[in-house]
Ligand binder design. Structure first.
Ligand code: R5P
Length: 310
């Protein structure tokens, strides 16, 4: 097996490599003066089972192009099989036509990855599970919840927990986590009058006196979580924390969280947080490297990956 890291999240790739005790393959991925991307794999990969690790996070287009060009280089170097390991799959929220004459960009990106030559995809907490079907190659969609459950069990033992979905679209994800930790479920009825703006309409469930845990796939501007936390506290929640797989964290989201009534924001390291974000007093980061590493090991050995969800 060979592991290659593009530039989006090298610390995660290094942690996966450590977990697998398999050094990252030497590769050069750089920009020419005009910003075009150049890739050179500095080791023989002929006949190898190669895993390219790259989140298509901000700058989404540059990171996507790095991934595509790297896959192309590997196929042309006669790799036997190339798996695109995409811990955070960007463009996933554009997964349907929301209006006339708009694209389905998630499908376009899936087509690009397959056309570049990827043989399979390993990703995590896709915004919508159906996006797996946008790929005509085998696609494993890991869930980060085992990592979150471990952390919640350690920190909240014996507490009166309520898992909260910050919108109706996240109910399945939140219910599954609530079941794993044996907690009740509440739902925030969120309205999005326009992209990037969210308003809480109602809370479904009695959160009075409960320790609330918001669960979501993405924290982008932080608006959804901050508004939900305020509404939950208003209804009597004794604490509100959030467990999020992908910390997209745009537009000074961590500042918004720091200034809010939310007690803690826990994200996974599918996206490498900036130095600025790491300074947030409410941010804590969980590593999904062992989980992704184990999935890679199982794919390489043709073992069951779904075992990791149990
Ligand atoms: C939307 O359906 C997602 O699951 C997240 O709730 C959303 O992307 C969060 O965005 P923001 O942090 O900007 O409110």
């Amino acid at each position: 097996m060979k592991l290659i890291s593009c530039n989006a999240n090298r610390p995660l790739a290094e942690a996966i490599a450590d977990h697998l005790d398999c050094p990252l393959t030497d590769a050069e991925i750089k920009n020419f003066a005009d910003n075009e991307i150049f890739v050179r794999i500095n080791e023989n990969v002929r006949g190898e089972d190669v895993f390219v690790i790259q989140s298509t996070s901000r700058p989404a287009n540059d990171n996507l192009m790095e991934l595509l060009i790297c896959i192309d280089a590997l196929k042309r170097a006669s790799s036997e099989r190339v798996t695109a390991v995409i811990p955070y799959f960007g463009y996933a929220r554009q997964d349907r036509k929301t209006d006339g004459r708009t694209p389905i960009s998630a499908k376009l990106v899936a087509n690009l990855i397959s056309s570049a030559g990827a043989d399979r995809v390993l990703t995590m907490d896709l915004h919508a599970g159906q996006i797996q079907g946008f790929f005509d190659i085998p696609t494993d969609n890991m869930i980060a919840s085992p990592v979150m459950v471990d952390d919640i069990m350690r920190r909240y033992q014996g507490k009166d927990l309520m898992v909260v979905s910050p919108d109706v679209g996240g109910v399945v994800r939140a219910r599954s986590l609530a079941k794993r930790i044996g907690a009740d479920l509440a739902i925030v009825d969120k309205r999005r009058p326009e992209a990037g703006v969210s308003e809480v309409m109602n809370i479904i469930g009695d959160v009075d006196g409960r320790e609330c845990i918001l669960v979501d796939d993405i924290c982008d501007s932080g608006g959804t979580l901050v508004n939900a936390a305020a509404a939950l506290k208003e209804k009597g929640a004794s604490s509100v924390s959030a467990y999020i797989t992908h910390g997209v964290l745009s537009n000074r989201a961590t500042k918004r969280v720091d200034d809010s009534v939310m007690d803690e924001l826990v994200i996974c390291n599918t996206i490498n947080p900036s130095e600025e974000d790491r300074k947030s007093k409410k941010l804590r980061i969980l590593s999904v490297a062992p989980l992704l590493g184990e999935a890679i090991r199982r794919i390489a050995n043709n073992e069951s990956v779904s075992k990791l969800f149990d």
